[in-house]
Design a protein around this ligand. Sequence first.
Ligand SMILES: Nc1ncnc2c1ncn2[C@@H]1O[C@H](COP(=O)(O)OP(=O)(O)OP(=O)(O)O)[C@@H](O)[C@H]1O
Length: 372
Amino acid sequence: MTTLQLKNIVKRYKSQTVLDDLSLSVADGETLVLFGPSGAGKTVLLRMVAGVIEPDEGQILIGGEDMAEVDAEHRGIGMAFQNFALFPHMSAFDNIASPLTATRSSKDAIAAGVQKVAKLLKIDHVLSHHPKALSNGQKQRTALARALAGSPPLLLLDDPLRNVDAKLRFEMRLELPRLLAAQGATVVYVTQDYKEAMALGDRIAVMSQGRIRQIGTPAEIYLAPADIEIARLFGDPTINLLDVVPKEGPDGIYVELSDVRIALPGMPGAVVGKSCVIGLRPEAIVFTKAGAPGAIPVAVEAETPLNEKTVTLVMTMRKREVLVSRPAGTPGPASGPAHIAVDGRTAFLFDKQSGALIASAAASMTRNGEAA
Ligand SMILES: Nc1ncnc2c1ncn2[C@@H]1O[C@H](COP(=O)(O)OP(=O)(O)OP(=O)(O)O)[C@@H](O)[C@H]1O
């Protein structure tokens, strides 16, 4: 186990600043997920920690030791990168065993180590194959198995499930956290998949344009996304974002959708009269009966059944589009007029101008200990 610290890292390619004064600490045994869109700088950052790329400015410390003069093979790192980098002339078994052979483990210990990790990653049936006879998903898991086999104190995993099919990806999302925890390693894990980020990260660092926009536990980021862009990245279907101006009534702060009041408990008084964007997660909106408290009239535009949920696009009387998500198999209208109700306790308010989060009712209630 070890720690990783990045201090004020800058990396430029010609005129483009790819990493922009980036600082980050990963605790001993922690899995930190680097999450962000393509081109954010995630791979460059990992390669820099690995010692393949040098920073223009800043410091990298592993286990408290400055890595400036330490070359890649002496950094005690296990890596699985997107391009697999498997040895083409070796079987999957020998590829996975390579970090173990380097440490001169006994033949039996090597075989046991390879079998264990191969079984977990469901590639034990292709261990005799050479890389050219493996599918991309199998290659990727072989690379991941190789990274894990040597039990390195620091693991760098660059989108290791990118080429894995949806079913296996789902399974791996459940199994990988256990596997990584059992390794006890400090892990930096890159992904563009928010579900993977939330399932695997002790903390998530949201990156865009070479900077870290927000860092926190999955719950902190989901309940209090720092800005509209981050709120959009976390959640499927995407969060509903509607322009509102909060008002204050005798019962507290509220906003109106089609003249129906949505109470926003826990929101600060400073939002009253301000141009805001309200963020409403589709799963926090439900269909309700006409005349029920808070019922907002809508017209159902389209319904999309997804695996475990049904997503409905509705239009308010003022022609604002809203997505509603409900568990698959639960009743709901597929067309025509309907009514929705919004739970204001799950809403976010963002500043319309800057996009920054002003307040999240759920986060403020959690802080006050009013909600679980
Ligand atoms: N060797 C290089 N020369 C010039 N530009 C580079 C080089 N390597 C990376 N870049 C640029 O740095 C930026 C960040 O790239 P990086 O590969 O780190 O993104 P990423 O966040 O990992 O994206 P993805 O998720 O698609 O892999 C990109 O704009 C890329 O074009």
